[in-house]
Design a protein around this ligand. Structure first.
Ligand code: FES
Length: 134
């Protein structure tokens, strides 16, 4: 994806399925691209972070990450966002503990960044709920 398609938003970190930097969406579910054989994606809809440019929920999450200063170096951010989007869709009422568990599979180098990711997810979902009541 990075070299042949120039979709450089997806990062390669551990290459062992641990860090989550390579997370993309495969048929609507987060998947570690470092552990996914291309052949198993035949006919699947694979979406990298670039593919979410026009996605409203991803826009809300990006704004929340920016507002909560959850970016720092940005290496883990695309994978975090893909995972956070899935969480927001599957468990829109998730509390902080559930957000923490859901994001535990995406590692960030800086603890402050990690805390900001959690705040961002919660913040985005709270705004989304308020927006849906309007
Ligand atoms: S590169 Fe770390 S999980 Fe894929």
């Amino acid at each position: 994806m990075r070299e042949d398609l120039n979709l450089t938003g997806t990062h390669l970190g551990c290459e062992h399925g641990v860090c989550g930097a390579c997370t993309v969406s495969v048929d609507g579910e987060p998947a570690r691209s470092c552990l996914t054989f291309a052949a198993t994606c035949e006919g699947a809809r694979v979406v990298t972070i670039e593919g979410f440019d026009d996605d409203e929920l991803m826009g809300e999450l990006r704004a929340a990450f920016n507002r909560e200063h959850a970016l720092q170096c940005g290496f883990c951010t695309p994978g975090m966002l893909v995972t956070a989007r899935d969480l927001a869709l599957r468990l829109p009422e998730a509390d902080e503990r559930r957000v923490r568990v859901a994001l535990a599979g995406n590692l960030a180098a800086a603890p402050a960044t990690w805390a900001s990711h959690r705040r961002s997810c919660l913040s985005s979902r709270i705004e989304g709920r308020e927006g849906s009541r309007r």
